[in-house]
Design a protein around this ligand. Structure first.
Ligand code: F6R
Length: 610
């Protein structure tokens, strides 16, 4: 979380940094700030609130210079205030730095610095790093940062500048991503490649423990022991759907919801070879020979990606007869999983930077398990640290509430199941062909649903003032219930719970009365009659039922208060359709409540701290 960017070169530094920073705003938006060096002087502007406010300040009081660093914050230590905003400086205003991560031993370091006479002005953990660098600063900023980071426990990505060593930006990384962008007579640094893609495709991804600097015509990277490392420059070309423009949509979230048919269509074309109907997954060292020998899968992920993982479990068990567990990464990383050599750990992550998921991968690798990741962000840390990666190909997702990445993850899991099932001999060619043909209908079905939002809008109008919601589903659509509830709560701040419908009578039914809207995901599938019984239970307690049902289902319409239809599809693929009206519902409710859809309070897109 938090976004970092730095630039050294001849361009107008403040404008360049702001444009890059805006591409990182999804990482945090509590406050923003910038520091530049100009003629040996340090200039700083920072302000609580979004980048737009910083932009307005810079219009009135521009920052000039040949190099600079900037930051957009998601508060961890200390409230979101102007004082706590980055960049932070030491006592003498000789050093300015921006930081992403958490310094776990900051209280101890703070006490030590106070005893030494340093004056600390903020509540942040970051400020102690600025004072530590200042303390060690003689001539070389690089050496001072090397010494300072030796004292840090926790995680950090740092960009540091100083009037005492004014021709460089010193950078350091430990458990928080940092990438160096290589230009011509200019160089860049950022917490995320997406901040630099409009400036350069040549990137060096820093590794944990590395420290280095960027100068105008030079880049140096050192390892933990201070030895120069061979710099691996990667060409990152990510010209996919979903740039950082809203393309006429009012919000990124709405744009991303509408991108889903094209993403699904493109991915199907990309992954299924014409004629042979073979499914391809590139970038994976987990080979076709290896897949059939895997007899157990542990999927670990967070939030929406965890919901995709739950659908994966139902798929793998049904079609691959694979023992599959799904764990929240924040739990998995602290468990003592009982594993054997034939266990594959799958990590699912849109951003590819989620700290808990990354820690889960490291745990798996420490016990010599293979890790296959399903990621959306190309060349993200999770993608790079895994043995194999399947990209979701959803393009960059800017809206904090995940929509298109979720359906892209589901599609990848559908395709992987068909591919793996064929390799294992669990799916016949004919069956696989039928499934692929069904998948090809999905983009059209999603388009249909996006073209007709009448019922969704009516439900949003009718219930947007409710304080609580329940979402119920079974089997493949139990994760859909969880996802529908998560979408609603995160962007509209309405309390919503997702439940396996069969669990209702074990407690939650007590919540149901005439004021409780209950969204029931009930397509015509193998558990349809069970869902009907659950709906009757809710109606018997006077709850208001919104059903997500299969088009043409007359029976359900008689029973419920509102019906939103989805096209008929094979049961296992229904989550990708059923979630669309729930995404739209959350969006329209949030709009009616006047909420900030793309940047909901307290959240950030990329959760790089624990
Ligand atoms: C919800 C949402 C989050 C993320 C979670 C994991 O809309 O976006 O719940 O799904 O933070 O993030 P990734 O997938 O980037 O690991």
């Amino acid at each position: 979380m938090c976004g970092i960017v730095g630039y050294i070169g001849d361009k107008a530094v403040d404008t360049l940094l702001i444009v890059s920073l805006e591409r990182l705003e999804y990482r945090g938006y509590d406050s923003a700030g910038m520091a530049t060096l100009n003629g040996g002087k340090l200039g700083i502007r920072k302000q609580v609130g979004k980048i737009q406010i910083l932009k307005e300040i810079l219009k009135k009081k521009p920052l000039e210079g040949q190099l600079g660093i900037a930051h957009t914050r998601w508060a961890t230590h200390g409230e979101p205030t102007t004082e706590n905003a980055h960049p932070h400086t030491g006592c003498k205003n000789e050093v300015a730095l921006v930081h992403n991560g958490i310094i776990e031993n900051y209280a101890e370091l703070r006490d030590e610095l106070l005893k030494e006479g340093h004056i600390l002005r903020t509540d942040t953990d970051t400020e102690v790093i600025a004072h530590l660098v200042e303390k060690h600063l003689n001539k070389s900023l690089l050496v001072a940062v090397q010494k300072a980071v030796k004292r840090l426990e926790g995680s950090y990505a740092l960009a540091v500048i100083s009037i005492k060593d004014p021709d460089k930006i010193v950078v350091a990384r430990y458990r928080s991503p940092l990438v160096i962008g290589i230009g011509k007579n200019e160089n860049f640094v950022a917490s995320d490649a997406s901040a630099l893609l409009h400036l350069t495709s040549n990137m060096i991804f820093m590794e944990d423990g590395q420290v280095g600097f960027i100068a105008k015509r030079r880049v140096k990277v050192l390892d933990r022991e201070g030895r120069p490392v061979e710099k691996k420059v990667k060409i990152v070309k990510w010209h996919l759907l979903g740039g950082p423009q809203k393309d006429g949509y009012r919000h990124f979230m709405l744009k991303e919801i509408h991108e889903q048919p094209a993403i699904i269509r493109n991915t199907l074309q990309r992954r299924i070879s014409q004629g042979t109907e073979r499914i391809y997954f590139e970038h994976t060292s987990i080979t076709e020979e290896k897949l059939p020998s895997i007899s157990r899968v542990i999927i670990q992920a967070c939030g929406t990606s965890w919901h995709a993982g739950l659908v994966g479990k139902y798929l793998f068990e049904k079609y691959l007869r694979l023992h599959t567990e799904v764990d929240l990464s924040s739990e998995f990383r602290y468990r003592m999983p009982v594993v054997r050599g034939d266990t594959l750990v799958m990590a699912i992550s849109q951003s590819g930077e989620t700290a808990d998921t990354l820690a889960g991968i490291r745990l798996a690798k420490s016990v010599f398990l293979d890790v296959l990741s399903l990621c959306n962000t190309i060349e993200s840390t999770i993608a790079r640290e895994s043995d194999g990666v399947i990209y979701a190909f959803a393009g960059s997702e800017i809206g904090v509430a995940s929509t298109k990445a979720y359906t892209a993850e589901l599609l990848a899991l559908f395709l992987l199941t068909i591919h793996w099932g064929t390799l294992k001999g669990m799916l016949s060619k004919e069956e696989a062909h039928e499934m692929v043909e069904e998948l090809k209908k999905i983009p059209y079905y999603v388009e249909e649903m996006l073209d007709n939002q009448k019922e969704v809008l009516e439900c949003a109008e009718r219930y947007y003032q409710s304080s609580n919601f329940l979402f119920l589903g079974r089997r493949f659509n139990y994760p859909t219930a969880l996802e529908g509830a998560l979408k609603l709560k995160e962007i509209s701040y309405i309390h919503a719970e997702g439940y396996a419908a069969g669990e209702m009578k074990h407690g939650p039914l007590a919540l149901v009365d005439e004021k409780m809207p209950v969204v029931c995901i009930a397509p015509k599938d193998s558990v349809y009659q069970k869902m009907i019984s659950n709906i009757r239970e809710v109606k018997a307690r006077k709850g208001k039922v919104i059903a997500i049902a299969t088009r043409g289902d007359e029976e359900i319409t008689k029973l419920v208060d509102h019906t939103i239809f989805i096209p008929p599809i094979r049961e296992e693929f229904s989550p990708i359709l059923a979630v669309i009206p729930l995404q739209l519902f959350a969006y329209h409710v949030a709009i009616k409540r006047g909420c900030h859809v793309d940047q909901p309070r307290n959240l950030a897109k990329s959760v790089t701290v624990e």
